[in-house]
Design a protein around this ligand. Structure first.
Ligand code: C5P
Length: 243
């Protein structure tokens, strides 16, 4: 964070969409796979555009798509404040590229997976409110329904954590900008940004997530997202009253 944005009060959003999507097996980068006729990243950006207070958006995509043109981009509406940047080999590199591309208008940064394209605006608002409330880092989370085992390299169970203390965490994850920049400056790697922030010794708060924020990873996830989208958009008409 430079002096230029030390007094900023806006929210920046890094939308990471540079993954290959090998587990989805669509032959297209995952964020550009279609859901309801439009790329996943298009849905994610539609939600971001409705989040109050957003002043800067960085969309991080595979390098071959970073010119933001061509058929892959059909149906994507970029918010006016958005810039498009090339991602890296690991998610952490992609987030760092997006973070560096945000302008000076924001002091809070949200990092969001394009693959969680149906995460509701309310989740974004909860995360921003908790960061504004003083938390260094905030993640949305949902209770874990399965019992989770920790195993060793032979597959033998070495621990059974208390399920009541476990949360499956989602995105958007929110941070004070200075905290996230310091976490990424360390050059470490983690499967989420909160992991890097925790490693610096900051407290990370969990707020309520939402089942709609589930991540599209496999073909089954995509089919599930299609059903959710249809359920959200097509409200059945009331039954005809009998005469
Ligand atoms: O691979 P995974 O499902 O964990 O990716 C989560 C999000 O991170 C996806 O939206 C994906 O596009 C993004 N990602 C990225 N750059 C990478 C790997 C993943 O932007 N190198």
């Amino acid at each position: 964070m430079t002096d230029a944005h030390a007094a900023a009060r806006g929210v920046g959003v890094v939308v990471v969409a540079a993954g290959s999507g090998s587990r989805l097996g669509a032959g297209t980068p995952k964020a550009f796979v279609h859901l309801g006729g439009r790329p996943l990243v298009a849905h994610a950006l539609d939600v971001v555009a409705r989040v109050p207070g957003v002043t800067s958006v960085a969309v991080v995509v595979p390098p071959e798509l970073a010119d933001a043109s061509g058929p892959a981009w059909a149906g994507v509406r970029l918010p006016p404040s958005a810039v498009v940047v090339a991602g890296g080999a690991e998610r952490t590199h992609s987030v760092a590229a997006g973070l560096a591309a945000l302008d000076d208008s924001c002091d809070v940064v949200l990092v969001h997976d394009a693959a969680r394209c149906l995460a509701p605006v309310a989740v974004f608002e909860r995360v921003v409110a908790a960061v504004r409330g003083g938390a260094a880092g905030v993640v949305p989370g949902v209770p874990v329904v399965d019992t989770v085992k920790v195993v060793d390299e032979r597959g033998v169970v070495v621990a059974t954590p208390d399920r009541g203390s476990l949360r499956a965490v989602q995105t958007p994850q929110g941070f004070r900008r200075v905290v996230l920049e310091a976490a990424h400056a360390g050059g470490g790697d983690a499967t989420d940004d909160a992991g890097l922030v925790e490693a610096l010794g900051h407290e990370v708060l969990v707020v309520a997530g939402d089942p709609l924020a589930h991540k599209v990873t496999t073909p089954d996830d995509l089919a599930h997202a299609e059903r959710l989208l249809v359920g959200a958009l097509v409200i059945p008409p009331p039954p005809e009253e009998s005469p």
